[in-house]
Design a protein around this ligand. Structure first.
Ligand code: ADP
Length: 366
């Protein structure tokens, strides 16, 4: 595999100072103990080749075809949009792809690109066939998005100089490159932006068996041991999300370090740790249960609008929509209807509350 260069800038680039190039950190070179809050932790557990990516078999298969065909033709990979809930593997795939192609990657995030001038250095620095990864691509301001269109379509940028009568536009040619965009809200992307992505892939929640595999592999990377049954327990309560599985592995490891002489994560330790962390049998966290309780106690189960719920909980609506609702919807505890959010009978049952009597048969309340 070719050594790859990662360039990461998130600040506004308005000066002429040279920008640092950050090399990719190979997990084997990482030193334990990991800082669980640091970027290194996420990076250290991240797969570094397509072969190491667990699950998402259909997506991985299609990406393999894309990469092989691109490689065979000697082309630049077409622009790719990855969408799915947080922690599901979008960044992982976006960093694995350029490694597989043996090209460089630059990483930036939509909200950090406030104006076209912030995006320009990324475009002009993009080497031939390299990848520009834009996280949260749905949060690009309109002016930046419009600036990106000709860069994606014709590999050129139009730079406006001067104002009024003296205004003129110069075209600058760019090297052919690939944009990989990641989004948790593909519905918020404008149609022209979405259309610029030749390839689009949706990443869904993981099967339990895949999360068990991720937990077991990462235990080795963290130089800890976890029994098969404990790995299953962690996987079951990870909401189908690898990042949550990694976090729970790290948290249960703390309990194992203190409670077991060998430091092994056993089923007993895992269950004890997960209970202490207030992660229930379904994998719901305190915030998830608070959401359902607010829906039931304040809104009588719904229908309720997102903003009203967010206001009652004093939590930003985006956090609820991105981090809380996807799993509640997927596990059938919540429904989205044209009139608003509605909790299902299953939510009452899960919270050990008595559902209102008029819900029988429909599976829906109200
Ligand atoms: P996203 O960009 O969707 O928020 P990430 O790609 O950052 O999610 O994934 C978070 C972490 O979960 C990664 O650091 C990695 O350790 C793990 N992970 C994600 N997807 C996979 C996968 N398919 N196989 C193994 N580990 C994964």
């Amino acid at each position: 595999m070719a050594r790859q260069r990662v360039v990461q800038r998130t600040q506004s680039v308005t000066d002429d100072k040279p920008r640092p190039h950050f090399p990719v950190t190979e997990p084997a070179q990482m030193q334990t103990p990991f800082d669980p809050n640091g970027r290194e932790f996420d990076e250290a557990l991240r797969p570094t080749s397509l072969e190491q990516v667990v699950g998402q078999s259909k997506v991985v298969e299609r990406i393999r075809v894309m990469l092989d065909a691109t490689h065979k033709r000697g082309d630049t990979l077409g622009h790719l949009l990855l969408d799915g809930p947080p922690g599901i593997g979008k960044t992982t795939l976006a960093t694995v792809i350029p490694r597989e192609l043996g090209v460089d990657i630059q990483i930036c995030a939509g909200p950090a690109l406030q104006a076209p001038k912030d995006l320009l250095p990324y475009l002009t620095n993009a080497a031939e066939r390299s990848v520009l990864f834009i996280d949260e691509v749905h949060r690009l301001p309109a002016a930046v998005e419009e600036f990106l269109y000709p860069a994606m379509e014709d590999f050129r940028v139009d730079i406006a100089l001067g104002e009024g009568l003296n205004a003129r536009t110069i075209n600058m040619k760019l090297k052919p490159f690939t944009v990989i965009g990641a989004t948790t809200r593909s519905g918020m992307l404008t149609a022209p932006m979405r259309d610029r992505f030749v390839y689009r892939e949706h990443l869904d929640f993981y099967e339990e068996i895949d999360l068990v595999e991720i937990v077991s592999r990462n235990a080795v990377k963290l130089r800890t041991t976890v029994t098969d049954e404990a790995a299953e327990e962690i996987a079951k309560r990870s909401q189908g999300t690898p990042r949550k599985a990694n976090n729970l592995l790290l948290r249960t490891r703390d309990f194992a370090t203190l409670d077991s002489e060998t430091g092994e994560i056993t089923t007993e330790i895992a269950r004890h740790a997960l209970d202490k962390l207030e992660i229930d049998q379904l994998g719901l966290e305190r915030q998830d249960r608070r959401y359902l309780e607010t829906m039931i106690r304040v809104f009588n189960g719904g229908p309720a609008g997102l903003r009203a719920i967010a206001h009652s909980m004093s939590v930003p609506p985006d956090t609820l929509e991105d981090d809380v609702e996807p799993f509640l919807l997927r596990s059938g505890l919540l429904q989205r209807t044209p009139r608003g959010r509605v909790v299902t009978e299953a939510a009452y049952v899960h919270l050990r509350l008595t559902p209102p009597s008029d819900t029988s048969g429909s599976g829906m309340l109200f």
